[in-house]
Design a protein around this ligand. Structure first.
Ligand code: FEO
Ligand code: CA
Ligand code: CA
Length: 742
């Protein structure tokens, strides 16, 4: 789909390839044996010396949960509605533009609003979670029928829908995000830009259950918006805080102790102590460099690696959303901050450092209405998709897994210094300060023998300390430039890591690798963990790994610096008629492409898979699937024959057991042009909340002017006023009140 990053060239030039991984994997004779043999119980302990026999038999046992899928699979669909199995229903909880208080009128769905969005639900619903409240408004771990619904609002790519005649640039009206002209010297209108800025961030709203229906409580004292303009706290390891603050110095905050807001809030996470983690993804798409001298060599390297524009916009090519071009307001820095031009003598006089203030896991305490969003710099700065905790074990460090969503980017984990104490549940940001300021960051390296290791993203790592392409000064420098440090460390380049999830049945970690293009994956330019390069001859005829896959791994000791893991590919995305590359043998009942959101239900053990696809959308809108997974190692080693553009090469990999229609089924299809993302449930598993993001995103600007949009959801099913499409949170229940998916 037309997310900004989908069209971006990969910014990772150093991606190490198959040869390195193979070389590494073949160092020992046992590993060579494994390459020839089959991944089976007999060889497990010898290949993974850390794996005890007990561990081995457990790992290769039968399915890890007793859950069974109990619904009829939904067919592929192009309908402009949410389609569910028989016996299920859905209801919209809130949609873009809904007023969260009584300071603004209801939403028109026609772009007529002149107010900003600080009093309305933001756009492009993404990650979400529920935080239940006691009657006296305290955090509760139990379903009380009253909750705070926290939703990320990702992007402004569809903000054309929020202005009467689409977007305006240099006086030209009726544009869409991807049509902006060169605006150097021109400007964008204040009202449009303020709206576009404030549709981002996070919404926190109270919802209540009335019978089987959940409604937003308009005007609840808990309702608030966190936007790109909300003041945020900057945290990091105590010994590095002064160095971290140097990277945050701007004209607005010359001491670098604070920053302004959060943006491109993509996937989410939930801490064991009951706060929300919002993950800042494609923050680079908002910046421009309007004028003046190029930055020095070091800053140039950093800008390049993070996708911050170095070239001035031209008549043919813009490089941001033009927010910095707003003129003649009382606080120009609200707009000037999006321009990284070196205008002053130092960083205190301009906004060259503003991009350093984004790209973090940012913690929010939904219940504490006056608490500030808190940037967790210790967890590294990259294009964060989501943050998933491993099992929280009292007395042990906590482990958080994170993906960097870019072509050939990495999977990371953060291990806390503090050990988990369940007494911290409900302690909000104070608990976050305890766990998320001190710890160790790692990036994953997947070996050819089915094992993997974690590379320290630390100044003490000789590969980072001595990296010739970027002279790291200290650990703050490593954290703020974690992508570059992970290059130096030699992490494995992946096919766009999206959401991760932890299987509560056995602690295994799953990651969606949504897709990759043919610039990155050709035969011979694959690696064992990203093994496919092919042409999908159907639909849009995309090549590379256009359908994506889901990888999973089992840690030997997640908190140990030397702890290794075993991995295999859980599922390969494919339409059922893809042929030899339909490796997971998907059928019409469970074919899918481009997995993105990923989550396990604690109530049922079901693994829920959400898609953000552009490869098989000629035959089906995006979807939600339910899977009953086995375990890492329940399949076998396979050899894939990659063929593309006359080239061919073999790639060995490890694939999990084929699930079949019994253990993998399509549960939902979404409205036209939308992706399915964000997911959580009530603890009893009887109400499942998901987000429908950017319905109608393929609407052309000219059609918008005639109100001909690709989608009219949810107005077309009676939610709000009929009109343009809107992103929304929906809740799914069963007619008989039963547990979802079973
Ligand atoms: Fe915001 Fe990678 O999806
Ligand atoms: Ca087909
Ligand atoms: Ca995503």
């Amino acid at each position: 789909m037309s997310h900004p990053h989908d069209d971006q060239p990969a910014s990772n030039p150093t991606a190490s390839h198959f040869q390195d991984v193979l070389h590494d994997g073949l160092r020992s004779p046992e590993r060579r044996d494994l390459i020839r043999g089959v991944f089976c119980a007999g060889t497990l302990a010898s290949v993974f010396p850390w794996a005890s026999e007990a561990h081995a038999s457990e790992a290769l046992g039968s399915a890890s949960t007793s859950a069974r899928l109990g619904f009829t699979a939904v067919d592929k669909s192009l309908e402009d509605n949410v389609i569910l199995p028989p016996g299920y229903r859905y209801q919209v909880v809130h949609a873009t533009g809904d007023a969260i208080n009584f300071q603004v009128p209801g939403f028109t769905s026609l772009g007529l609003e002149s107010d900003d969005f600080t009093n309305r639900i933001g756009d492009q619903h993404d990650g979400l979670d529920l935080f239940f409240l006691t009657e006296d408004g305290k955090y509760s771990t139990k379903d009380t029928g009253r909750a705070l619904l926290v939703v990320n609002h990702e992007s402004s790519a569809e903000s054309a829908f929020l202005h009467v005649s689409g977007q305006t640039s240099n006086g030209v009206k009726g544009l869409k995000f991807d049509q902006f002209r060169e605006w150097n010297g021109g400007s964008r209108p204040l009202e449009e830009v303020v709206k576009e800025i404030n549709i981002h961030g996070v919404s926190i709203t109270e919802i209540r259950r009335e019978g089987n229906v959940w409604r937003m409580v308009r005007g609840s004292p808990f309702n608030r918006r966190i936007t790109p303009e909300t003041e945020a706290t900057v945290t990091g390891p105590v010994g590095e805080l002064a160095n971290i603050r140097r990277f945050f110095v701007t004209q607005k905050f010359p001491k670098g102790d604070k920053s302004r807001g959060t943006i491109n809030n993509c996937g989410s996470g939930r801490t064991p102590w009951g706060t929300y983690l919002t993950c800042e993804e494609n923050f680079y798409t908002y910046f421009s460099r309007s004028e003046g001298a190029r930055p020095d060599a070091r800053m140039t390297t950093a800008f390049k690696r993070y996708g911050i524009p170095l070239d001035l916009p031209t008549a043919a090519k813009n490089n941001s959303q033009g927010w910095h071009t707003v003129r003649g307001t009382s606080d120009d820095s609200r707009f000037a901050r999006w321009d990284v031009a070196l205008k002053g003598a130092s960083a205190q006089e301009d906004f060259r450092n503003e991009p350093n203030t984004f790209g973090y896991v940012t913690e929010i305490d939904p219940v504490a209405t006056s608490s500030a969003p808190t940037k967790r710099v210790a967890m590294g700065r990259f294009v964060h998709e989501a943050a998933v905790f491993g099992e929280a074990i009292p007395g042990k460090p906590l482990v958080v897994y994170m993906g960097c969503d870019g072509r050939n980017e990495y999977i990371y984990k953060f291990v806390t210094k503090a050990v988990w104490d369940p007494k911290d549940v409900g302690s909000g940001i104070a608990a976050g300060n305890k766990y998320l300021t001190e710890g160790r960051l790692y990036a994953a390296r997947f070996h050819a023998d089915g094992s993997g290791e974690w590379l320290p993203i630390d100044i003490s790592n000789p590969a980072i300390k001595g990296y010739e392409k970027f002279a790291f000064q200290n650990q703050a420098d490593v954290l703020v430039h974690a992508r570059i440090a992970a290059d130096a460390a030699g992490a494995t380049p992946m096919d766009r890591p999206e959401w991760g999830a932890m299987n509560p049945a056995n602690g295994e970690i799953y990651f969606s690798l949504t897709n990759n293009n043919a610039a990155s994956r050709t035969p011979g330019k694959t690696n064992p963990a990203n093994p496919r390069a092919y042409l999908d001859t159907d639909g849009k005829k995309l090549s590379g790994n256009p359908n994506g896959h889901i990888i999973r791994f089992k840690e030997a000791d997640a908190a140990s610096p030397k702890g290794r893991f075993r991995w295999d590919v859980f599922l390969f995305g494919a339409e059922e008629d893809l042929g030899a590359m339909n490796l997971s043998k998907l059928s019409a009942k469970n074919s899918f492409s481009s997995p993105d959101g990923l989550w396990f239900s604690k109530a049922t053990g079901i693994c829920w898979i959400e898609t953000d696809d552009g490869a098989m959308t000629d035959e089906s809108n995006c979807m939600l699937l339910a899977a009953i997974p086995g375990r890492v190692g329940d399949g076998s080693k396979i050899v894939i024959k990659n063929e593309l553009n006359g080239q061919s090469a073999e790639q060995e990999t490890f694939m999990g057991a084929v699930l079949g229609d019994y253990n993998l089924r399509r549960f939902l299809t979404a409205p036209k042009g939308s992706e399915v993302t964000g997911i959580c449930e009530t603890p009893d598993g009887r109400a499942l909340f998901i987000n429908i993001q950017h319905p109608g995103e393929d609407t052309k600007a000219a059609d918008l002017l005639n109100e001909k949009t690709q989608s009219a959801w949810p107005g077309n099913v009676g939610y709000g006023k009929p009109g343009r499409p809107r992103s929304a949170t929906i809740v799914i229940t069963r007619d008989d009140g039963g547990v979802i998916g079973t």
